[in-house]
Design a protein around this ligand. Structure first.
Ligand code: CP
Ligand code: NVA
Length: 307
């Protein structure tokens, strides 16, 4: 039976930890001469309905490093659900490639792809979540602190797709998760319900706050993301008026633990959610985090395609 990677919440803590440990091993191998060609001859089809730098390049390079190949399918090329139904795209593509990675607007579209594809489907970001990002985030946190267990991870900003997956991986792996967001920009209730369930098992503490200052106190990790996600451009002005108290700047970072690390999935809107001083300062891990997309995704690909 094929397995998809649509939500981190579909995977057990043991499976997630095993993938992170595999990512560390693959990263070490890559840095010391190269990876074994575990995906020799395999091809990943990559469907993009939105722009991308990190997801596109890191998946492509991950496949190449492991002996496989990747195919970029741009928004105009296949017209997912417009030129052709998603069910038909999924069934046709399944005859050509060994796995599909898709970046979509509506989350139902990646679910529909997975339903009809006979090859594994990986979610490369939807309006609901961003599970591949969360794997790279957890890898970055693990490298810094040894493990996620018992750490305080604070997300400051919009309760968006990146925040959903971060909350889920934290509560799966025993990190305490706090979000500070303005009223009206809360995490989706169904995502919170799942997180409460995972937290009850792992012992994580969950907090939903309005005050960023309270939220970052004792934080090991401060995480932020854009105030306006792709697809929400029409709301940008309104959001720019609401979110400034949630900017991650040097004053806010100084209220956390002295060893706090600052994370952002990128692309960053410097001067809005994150200042240059913090992005380029000693607490920032934004570039190692971006580079970890490569290693985390290798582990996901190996899990789905080589085991
Ligand atoms: N963080 C992330 O997914 O970046 P891209 O949108 O560039 O892929
Ligand atoms: N929340 C952002 C993440 C980009 C990687 C967006 O969806 O645009």
């Amino acid at each position: 039976m094929k397995r998809d990677f649509i939500h981190v919440s579909d995977y057990s803590p043991v499976e997630l930890q095993a993938m992170l440990d595999l990512a560390i091993q693959l990263k070490k191998e890559w840095q010391t001469g190269g990876n074994p060609l575990l995906l020799k001859g395999k091809v990943l089809g990559m469907i993009f309905q939105k722009p991308s730098l990190r997801t596109r390049v890191s998946f492509d390079m991950a496949m190449r490093h492991l002996g496989g190949d990747a195919l970029y399918l741009s928004p105009n090329e296949i017209g997912l659900g417009q030129r052709e139904s998603i069910a038909d795209v999924a069934r046709v593509l399944s005859g050509y490639v060994d796995a599909i990675m898709a970046r979509v607007f509506a989350h139902e579209h990646v679910l529909e792809l997975a339903k009809w594809a006979s090859v594994p489907v990986i979610n490369g970001l939807s309006d609901y979540n961003h599970p591949c990002q969360a794997m790279a985030d957890a890898l970055t946190i693990q490298e810094e602190f040894g493990s996620l267990k018992g750490l305080n991870v604070t997300f400051v900003g919009d309760g968006n797709n990146v925040a959903v997956s971060l909350m889920h991986i934290c509560t799966k792996l025993g990190a305490n998760f706090t979000i500070a967001c303005p009223e009206g920009y809360d995490l989706p209730p169904q995502a919170v319900e799942l997180a409460r369930f995972f937290a009850a098992t792992s012992g994580s503490r969950l907090r939903f706050l309005r005050d960023p200052h309270e939220a970052v106190r004792d934080a090991h990790v401060i995480y932020t993301d854009t105030w306006t996600s792709m697809g929400q451009e029409a709301e940008a002005k309104k959001r720019e008026a609401v979110f400034p108290p949630y900017q991650v700047n040097a004053a806010l970072v100084s209220e956390a633990r002295p060893d706090v690390i600052v994370m952002h999935c990128l692309p960053a809107h410097r001067g809005q959610e994150l200042t240059d001083e913090v992005a380029d300062g000693p607490h920032s891990r934004i570039f190692p985090q971006a580079h970890n997309r490569l290693h985390a995704q290798k582990a996901i690909l190996v899990k789905l395609l080589a085991s």
